[in-house]
Ligand binder design. Structure first.
Ligand code: GDP
Length: 823
């Protein structure tokens, strides 16, 4: 029967019919395509309309879905909601309705076939009515029977209406509505539920009358089955659809577990001509989701991160984990030496071969059997930048102070960092082997900074060590072990891993590599993860000894291979269930970061740059581009750069990154007139060529301090030279002469310093400057001289100034340009 309907020609004639379209292709091929016009699906507003008490104007079948307004959409949404509520009601009365429908259909057919039958029925009806009334009055039993039948009769009642001639005015409409509900509304729902929409079904509403008996029976059978198992099935089908602020049509279909085609059709019915690869907004998607009978859960973009939201571990799942230690202190107090000494002493002694690999962190075992994890990235920049990214990895800070030195600025900085992070400290008084070592001075120095060590009756453990001789190292490790015991550090190894990136770099052979310190859970080979704006699947794990391992538990540092990009130090790694989740989170973060950068006014376009320059007119900027070998260095350099400068000059890092200097870098540098600084990286050949052509300066460094010093010097060049005045002498006017051709000349005595012809002069009267200028003449006796010393007399006249009196004082000064430097 759908065939007979389907053969109609397609036109824009607006009939609610499907049709054929003849498509012509090149090479003379043609193809007949069965198409549905959207008219046919005018059913969309109807179910909603037919439900909430059908009297609303939205019941108007002539309403067209195309070009709907917001208000209309809202109304539809409401209607759909009402429809859903109605469906629930219907479910209860469904069986009764089905029966009613059968009756109705049967009767209608009978009506069409034979009028006599209708008449007979009318008679019967009348008779039955009379009988009913009789019975009501007479037989209590019959009344009871009727009462029992009443609930079922509720629905059948209107079904009887068409043949109930006495009330023609009210019934036809009711009948129509009923039919709409059953034939169309429900039929539509059924189609939706089954996920299939045949042409025949789609035209079900209008096609009712023309249906074959068999089709009708099939439909009834289906409906009955649905009604019986309806409740169960609906529960299965209704989905909570997570709806972000914008969604791809295809993704929406997947989330609803509906066919993309159906979703596209639905959208078309709403007047939205979209393909599956287009993105629709949440409001539209919500309408669709509700139309398909699913539940909407609106999620904001950031909710994609919810899948990695930390679940609190239960106490019983927690096991103790090794502490993570960062060594901090003033430069040259021996941080690196100490780290090396600890590693060498422990690893060489303990491991066969003892080949260590610097991966940014390592583990050692104390004599007492405690495992300790040291972060092999001394320095405060790493510590704070990690903390600022939300990765607090350090449990204990070892503050190194050289015994032959004192508490220095960076020592204080370290103390402050540790305090801010609320991380306990252990003081290692280093270089105790030195003859001029004075550990007690260090202890008293520390008092001033509210660090009271045990020897001063405080609570901070202090250990005297020598990184060179190895003295005190074991004590230091035991002190750390003790501190960690007090901290009762715990983690749950039996969960999805979470960790922090300590270092990351782009390895030529291995691709992006990140050293991750697992903080909770266990990271395993094959795990899918998101880390900062990157994601990946663990291809291999390599421990601090250079061995491949299958897994890494809490406080274990490992090199992770299998990233799609290079993350940044301090980025948090989370294992996710699916790659889609990981990618989604990474994408979201990338966009968020981009937005943030754009919002922060990062130089993205030239216009923005110029705008920015205008705003900061008074400030000279030294733009630079910086590439480094590892993220840690890049960050340290950027932080150092940010510190350079003052109110007048500052360094602006246009871009910093990890890896070789590329043509893109050169392009950016050229656009901004910036030099490129490479720290332990080089420019590739094409970048070198372009840089040569475009005159972009590339400098290479392998020591951070050199780089910083250079940049400082360059920035200093931007400082406008300071003009300083130097008073070189004073002279007092004794007498004023008038000399023809010269004007007024003062006979003076140089009272202080020297009077110089070329110098600047000021005329002071009663200590008030009344003129500033230069000298026209400086005479000693008759001769013009270059300078006159203190205690000597001379004649002086001002250039272009005559108002001089005896008793005035001349101040003689020189200006010098002082090149300033940034400190
Ligand atoms: P960092 O800048 O804090 O990492 O300091 P380094 O570890 O680079 O050490 C600075 C200098 O101090 C190096 O020349 C080391 O050899 C020396 N040094 C470090 N520890 C000791 C020590 O315990 N005793 C002696 N005598 N020298 C040390």
């Amino acid at each position: 029967m759908s065939d007979s309907d389907g053969k109609k020609t397609l036109g824009l004639r607006g009939g609610a019919r499907p049709g054929n379209v003849k498509q012509s292709f090149s090479h003379g091929r043609t193809k007949n395509v069965v198409v549905e016009t959207k008219r046919k699906r005018v059913v969309v507003p109807k179910p909603g309309a037919s439900k909430p008490g059908g009297a609303t104007p939205s019941g108007d079948p002539s309403r067209r879905p195309a070009g709907i307004s917001d208000a209309e959409m809202a109304r539809r949404m409401k209607a759909l909601q009402a429809a859903k509520a109605r469906e629930v009601e219907e479910a209860a009365a469904r069986e009764a309705q089905e029966k009613a429908r059968e009756e109705e259909r049967a009767r209608r057919r009978a009506e069409q076939e034979a009028k006599e039958r209708e008449q007979r029925e009318a008679e019967e009806k009348a008779r039955a009515k009379a009988e009913e009334e009789d019975r009501k009055r007479k037989e209590a039993e019959a009344a009871a029977n009727r009462a029992a039948a009443a609930p079922a009769a509720e629905a059948p009642k209107p079904a009887r209406a068409p043949v109930n001639k006495p009330a023609p005015a009210a019934t036809p409409r009711k009948q129509d509505r009923e039919r709409d509900q059953r034939g169309r509304g429900k039929g539509r729902d059924d189609n939706r539920r089954s996920g299939k929409l045949t042409l025949g079904q789609a035209t079900g509403g209008e096609g009712n009358r023309q249906r074959s008996m068999a089709a009708m029976k099939r439909k009834q059978e289906r409906a009955r089955q649905k009604a019986m198992g309806g409740a169960v099935e609906r529960e299965k089908v209704i989905r909570d659809v997570q709806l972000p602020e914008a969604i791809l049509v295809s993704e929406l279909a997947i989330r609803m577990a509906e066919r993309v085609g159906d979703v596209v059709k639905s959208l078309m019915n709403m007047g939205m001509m979209v393909t599956q690869n287009q993105t629709i907004d949440a409001d539209t998607a919500e309408l669709i989701i509700e139309e398909f009978g699913h539940k909407v859960t609106r999620v904001s973009d950031s909710d994609v991160e919810d899948v990695i939201k930390e679940i609190e571990d239960e106490e019983k799942d927690l096991q103790s984990r090794p502490p993570v230690i960062t060594i901090m202190g003033h430069v040259d107090h021996g941080k690196t030496s100490l780290l090396d000494a600890i590693r060498d002493a422990r690893v060489v002694a303990g491991e066969a071969g003892g080949i260590t690999q610097h991966i940014g962190a390592y583990q050692v075992k104390t004599d007492g059997g405690t495992t300790l994890t040291f972060l092999d990235t001394p320095g405060h920049a790493a510590f704070t930048s990690m903390r600022s990214r939300g990765a607090q990895v350090t449990d204990i800070v070892v503050l190194v102070v050289a015994a032959d030195d004192a508490v220095m600025p960076q020592t204080i900085e370290a103390i402050n960092h540790a305090k801010a992070a609320e991380v306990p400290m252990i003081v290692a008084i280093n270089k105790i082997d030195k003859p001029d070592a004075n550990p007690d001075k260090v202890r008293t120095d520390l008092l001033q900074h509210e660090v009271i060590v045990e020897k001063m009756s405080g609570e901070v453990q202090d250990v005297e060590v020598s990184a060179v001789t190895g003295q005190g190292l074991d004590e230091l490790l035991e002190a750390i072990a003790l501190q960690s015991e007090i901290l009762e550090l715990k983690a749950n190894p039996n969960r999805a891993a979470q960790g922090a990136v300590i270092e990351a770099q782009l390895d030529v052979g291995r691709g992006p590599v990140a050293t991750v310190l697992v903080q909770n859970g266990t990271l395993r080979q094959g795990d899918i993860f998101v880390v900062g704006e990157q994601y990946g699947k663990v291809r291999a794990l390599i421990n601090d000894k250079g061995d491949r391992v299958k897994e890494a538990g809490p406080s274990v540092p490992v090199e992770v291979l299998g990233l799609n990009g290079t993350p940044e130090a301090g980025d948090v790694l989370n294992v996710t269930e699916t790659e889609a989740q990981a990618r989604e989170i990474a994408d979201y973060r990338e966009h968020a970061a981009k937005d943030k950068r754009a919002a922060a006014g990062a130089a993205t376009t030239l216009e923005q740059l110029m705008q920015k320059a205008k705003e900061d007119e008074s400030v000279n900027e030294l733009p630079i581009l910086m590439k480094a070998d590892v993220q840690g260095s890049a960050e340290a350099i950027v932080q150092a750069m940010e510190k350079i400068g003052n109110d007048e000059v500052r360094v602006r890092v246009l871009h910093s990154g990890v890896g070789a200097i590329t043509e893109t870098d050169v392009g950016l540098a050229e656009a901004s007139g910036a030099p490129i600084l490479g720290f332990n990286v080089r420019a590739n050949a094409s970048a070198r060529n372009t840089a040569n052509q475009k005159g972009v300066e590339i400098r290479y460094y392998s020591v951070i301090y050199d780089l910083v010093d250079d940049v400082k010097a360059a920035a200093s060049g931007l400082l406008s030279a300071e003009i300083r005045e130097k008073f070189i002498g004073y002279a007092e006017m004794k007498e004023i002469f008038k000399v023809t051709g010269v004007g007024k000349v003062a006979g003076c005595l140089v009272t202080e310093g020297v009077a110089r012809r070329s110098a600047g002069v000021r005329l002071l009267r009663d200590n008030v400057v009344i003129h500033e200028g230069t000298l026209k003449t400086l005479k000693r006796f008759k001769d013009e001289v270059a300078e006159v010393q203190s205690g000597q007399e001379c004649g002086m006249a001002f250039e272009n100034y005559d108002d001089i009196r005896a008793g005035d004082v001349i101040e003689i000064f020189e200006r010098e340009e002082v090149t300033r430097t940034l400190d």
